[in-house]
Design a protein around this ligand. Structure first.
Ligand code: SF4
Length: 429
C-alpha cells in the first residue's frame, strides 16, 4: 500500500488557510440560481425544468440558453400574471394543468423540476408541497421535484446546488458498505469520459457521477461512498450526502495539470493505488497538459488579475492561474467562502493573497480601479462598465459554461485568459 502519491508544484508557502478574509454584505451584482438550468438541462437529458416566475426570468433563460429555441426545449417559464394574484387556488390548479399537459406531450421526460423564482406572487406559492403531491401522482413514470433558483435566495451557481440537494433524498441507499466513488457537480460528457478512463486505468471504482446524464439514473449513496467534488459550489448537496453516510475526500478542483493530478491523487489515496502505478497512468496526460500550458504561460506570467465574486470558481481559478501560469492575484472575491469545500484550494494560494467574500459592489469597483489590474474576471453586468474604464475583462459565466476540467482542457483554460489580453494588445496602437 502506498498513499505517498506524486504531486507537482508543492506549495512554496503556508498558503491562505488562516488568511484574513474581507467580508462584505452590501449590494451585489451576480446572476441568480436560475442560470444553472442552462447547463443542468444539457447534462440531464431526460429532465425538464419548469420555472415558476416572471417575464424577467423567462428572458434570462432565453438569452442565456438561446440556442434551445431551435430545438424542443427542456425548460420553460410559467409566467404569473396580475390576474393570478387574485386567488392562489387558481394559480396552483393552473400550474397543475400546465404540468399535466407537458407530461402528456413529452413522454421522454422522467424528471420534472419545478423551480421557484423571486417575484412575490411566486414566493406565496408552496411549490415544494405541490411538487410532493404531483410526485405521488406521477411516480414512477415521472419524478417531480422542486427547488428555488430565486435571486433572493441563490446566486448563480447555487442553483445547481439546490437542484442536486433536492435529488439527494431520492438516491437509492447503498447498504452493502462497498467502497464507491461519487463525483459531485456537473461535468461535460466529454470530460466525464476522460475521467472515467483514468479512474478505470487506476483501478478506482465503481464510479458514479452526480448529476448523471439521465436524471433518472440516481447513484447509490451510503457508508462507503467517497465524494470527490468536480465543482466548488455544491456545499449543501455535500452536507446532505454526508448525512446519508458519505465521506468527503479533500482535494483541490481538477483545473490545470497540477489541480487535476491532486484531484485524482485524492481518490487514488482512498483506493490505495500504488504511487508508481499512479505515475504511470497519469504521466502522459500530465506531460500533454504541461506542454499545452507552456504555450500560454508567456502571455500570462506576471500579469495582475482581479476576481469579482460570481461563480464560486474564483478560488480554484486563482490557484491555477497563480501556480501554473505565473499570474499575480490582486484580489480574489467569492460569493461564499465555504471552508468545507475550499480547504485544499486555500492551502495552495500564495500567502498574502487578498481574499474577499460577498460584495459591496461600489467599494469593490473602487478597489479594482485603484489597482488597475491587467485582467478582471466578473459577471456580465460589470464587464461593460469596467471595459469603458479601460480594464480588460473576462466573463465568469464563460468559465462555467466551458469544459475546463481535466488534463486535456488545461491549455484551453489558460487560453481563455489569454484571449482578452491578446484582444487588448491588438486594439492598442
Ligand atoms: S429569479 Fe429573480 S433574479 Fe432571477 S431572473 Fe427571476 S426575477 Fe430575476
Amino acid at each position: 500500500m502506498s498513499t505517498s502519491l506524486p504531486v507537482v508544484n508543492e506549495p512554496a508557502t503556508g498558503g491562505c488557510t488562516d488568511a484574513p478574509v474581507l467580508r462584505e454584505r452590501g449590494q451585489r451584482e451576480v446572476f441568480c440560481g436560475l442560470t444553472g438550468i442552462v447547463w443542468l438541462h444539457r447534462k440531464m437529458q431526460d429532465a425538464f425544468f419548469l420555472v415558476v416566475g416572471s417575464r424577467t426570468c423567462a428572458h434570462l433563460l432565453q438569452s442565456a440558453a438561446g440556442v434551445m429555441i431551435f430545438a424542443e426545449p427542456r425548460f420553460a417559464t410559467a409566467i404569473l400574471q396580475d390576474r393570478d394574484l387574485a386567488g392562489m387556488a387558481d394559480c396552483n390548479a393552473e400550474l397543475d394543468r400546465v404540468v399535466a399537459e407537458l407530461l402528456a406531450r413529452r413522454p421522454e421526460i422522467t424528471t420534472l423540476f419545478r423551480v421557484g423564482a423571486c417575484p412575490s406572487e411566486v414566493i406565496k406559492l408552496d411549490l415544494h408541497t405541490a411538487a410532493q403531491r404531483l410526485d405521488r401522482e406521477n411516480f414512477p413514470r415521472v419524478r417531480v421535484l422542486s427547488y428555488s433558483g430565486s435571486g433572493i435566495e441563490t446566486t448563480f451557481t447555487q442553483g445547481e446546488d439546490q437542484c442536486l440537494k433536492a435529488m439527494v433524498p431520492h438516491l437509492p441507499a447503498a447498504t452493502d458498505g462497498q467502497r464507491r466513488l461519487m463525483v459531485v457537480g456537473t461535468l461535460a460528457d466529454v470530460i466525464e469520459d476522460q475521467f472515467s478512463r483514468l479512474f478505470s486505468q487506476l483501478g478506482i471504482g465503481p464510479v458514479s457521477y452526480f448529476p448523471a446524464r439521465r436524471a433518472s439514473d440516481l447513484p447509490p449513496v451510503g457508508p462507503g461512498t467517497q465524494l470527490l467534488l468536480a465543482q466548488p459550489f455544491v456545499g449543501e448537496t455535500v452536507r446532505a450526502l454526508q448525512a446519508r453516510g458519505a465521506t468527503l475526500l479533500q482535494a483541490p478542483y481538477p483545473l490545470g495539470a497540477d489541480g487535476t493530478t491532486r484531484w485524482l491523487a485524492a481518490a487514488a489515496a482512498a483506493w490505495d493505488v500504488p504511487a508508481e502505478h499512479f505515475r504511470r497512468v497519469t504521466e502522459p496526460a500530465q506531460t500533454r497538459a504541461a506542454t499545452a500550458l507552456q504555450r500560454y504561460r508567456g502571455a500570462l506570467e506576471g500579469k495582475r488579475i482581479f476576481f469579482f465574486p460570481d461563480s464560486q470558481l474564483e478560488l480554484p481559478l486563482a490557484r491555477f492561474l497563480s501556480r501554473e501560469c505565473g499570474m499575480q492575484l490582486v484580489e480574489v472575491g467569492t460569493p461564499y467562502l465555504d471552508r468545507l469545500l475550499t480547504e485544499s484550494e486555500l492551502a495552495l494560494l500564495p500567502a498574502g493573497t487578498m481574499l474577499s467574500e460577498g460584495q459591496d459592489v461600489e467599494k469593490q469597483l473602487a478597489r479594482c480601479e485603484a489597482q488597475h489590474p491587467d485582467l478582471t474576471v466578473c459577471g456580465l453586468g460589470l464587464a461593460n462598465p469596467l471595459e469603458a474604464r479601460g480594464l480588460r475583462t473576462k466573463w465568469s459565466i464563460e468559465l462555467v459554461f466551458s469544459p475546463i476540467q481535466g488534463y486535456d482542457q488545461a491549455g484551453d483554460l489558460a487560453e481563455l485568459f489569454v484571449r482578452p489580453l491578446d484582444r487588448s494588445a491588438r486594439l492598442t496602437v
